[in-house]
Design a protein around this ligand. Structure first.
Ligand code: NAD
Ligand code: WQD
Length: 338
């Protein structure tokens, strides 16, 4: 039985960390990535961590001919599908690119799998499908009200894969809704390196701490939260990676479709993150509290109990560890893989 797992988007932030977890579990990750938002030098870092260099197939998931060749060449036990674009603001400005990349790409991948007889798929969805929740913690059966093209693209893929499973119940599918992935592998060899000015909180905090940016602009201090700043469910990227391996192992044991939240079930405010980061880095972070960011939800966090019950998975790494691991990566790699 093959232990090869095709990891689309595997050169990226979450995908590369999942390759580490796959190798640790005895699987052979094969990365399929067009490198539009990642760096080929991650492969050498993965070799240093796992002892072997994952195979890279450089290509686009929308390339149906290439996908057909990939599945014809060698067998795969399963696919974990990370490849996609993820910037909410960009999706508002350029929706068709997001629907083409995220939806058409996912459908092309599933079609290639179907033709090749590979029917085990873990899909990287997002808590963004919930939009503005009525309350937190958010269970999987909460209303789905994505508020932007990015979130809608994720929901469309979830719906397409649910329809596929309804038509062909032999498929083994896990749809994983991540909340706010942060952190880095404990080695400091791989991590998140957004191109240009970071949209997300943790990489911005890291760049302030290392002196690349002057100060953090906190988007809003008047939210109905304990300290007035936004609250999110930050989850360590290695917890997330291990959650993918757990979902893969679960999917391989039985046909079915699971929809699961991957989060800690705990909310943390922006100021909680800033204070935790200051504690672990020993650096004082300069910040201003400015106006709210349009489109931001005041507070949300997950109810991860179904993932615990289904997979036996829970996110165990603390906010301090998320900050410490982010900081180690940032200090050692101020310009990413350059
Ligand atoms: P990332 O940009 O680091 O990784 C995505 C990878 O996919 C990159 O290596 C990129 O080169 C590749 N890629 C993009 N389009 C492709 C295409 N058409 N063909 C082949 N490769 C392609 O992002 P990430 O943070 O690792 O996110 C991975 C997945 O998780 C994405 O689907 C994202 O929507 C989802 N997600 C991310 C977050 C988050 O906050 N990071 C939260 C929830 C869900
Ligand atoms: C977190 C908190 C901000 C930056 C986004 C996407 C979501 C998902 C995860 C893909 C908020 C505050 C941030 C800054 C700040 N990605 N903040 N100053 O918006 O919860 O989720 O990433 O699926 O789709 O929307 O994450 O890190 O941008 O913000 O004050 O410079 O930090 O207001 O409260 P978000 P984020």
């Amino acid at each position: 039985m093959s232990r090869r797992v095709l990891v689309t988007g595997g050169a990226g932030f979450i995908g590369s960390h999942t390759c580490v977890a796959l190798a640790a579990a005895g699987y052979t990750p094969v990365i399929f990535d067009n490198l539009c938002n990642s760096d080929i030098r991650v492969l050498e870092r993965l070799r240093q961590i796992t002892g072997s260099t994952p195979q890279l197939i450089e290509g686009d998931v929308r390339d149906e001919a290439l996908l057909a060749r990939v599945f014809a060449d060698e067998p795969f036990a399963a696919v974990i599908h990370f490849a996609g674009l993820k910037a909410v603001g960009d999706s508002v400005a350029d929706p068709l690119t997001y629907y083409d990349n995220n939806v058409r790409g996912s459908v092309a991948l599933a079609l290639a799998m179907q033709r090749a007889g590979v029917n085990t798929l873990v899909f990287s969805s997002s808590a963004t499908v919930y939009g503005q929740p009525d309350h937190s913690p958010i269970p999987e059966d909460a209303p789905l009200r994505p508020a932007n093209p990015y979130g809608r693209s994720k929901l469309m893929v979830e719906q397409a894969l649910s329809d596929l499973h309804r038509a062909q119940p032999g498929w083994r599918i896990a749809l994983l809704r991540y909340f706010n992935p942060v952190g880095a592998h404990e080695s400091g060899l791989i991590g998140e390196h957004p191109q240009g000015k970071p949209n997300n909180l943790m990489p911005f905090v890291c760049q302030v701490a290392v002196g690349q940016r002057e100060k953090l602009q906190i988007h809003g201090g008047d939210y109905p939260t304990p300290d007035g700043t936004g609250v999110r469910d930050y989850v360590h990227v290695m917890d997330l990676a291990e959650g993918h391996v757990a979902a893969l192992m679960h999917a391989r044991t039985r046909a079915g479709l699971s929809i699961l939240n991957l989060g800690t079930g705990q909310g943390a405010s922006v100021l909680d993150v800033v204070r935790a980061f200051e504690r672990v880095s020993g650096r004082a972070l300069r910040f201003d509290i400015g106006p709210r960011r349009p489109g931001d939800v005041p507070a949300y966090w997950s109810d991860p109990s179904l993932a615990k019950a289904t997979l036996g998975w829970r996110a165990g790494r603390s906010l301090e560890q998320m900050c410490a691991d982010s900081w180690r990566w940032q200090q050692g790699n101020p310009r990413g893989y350059d």
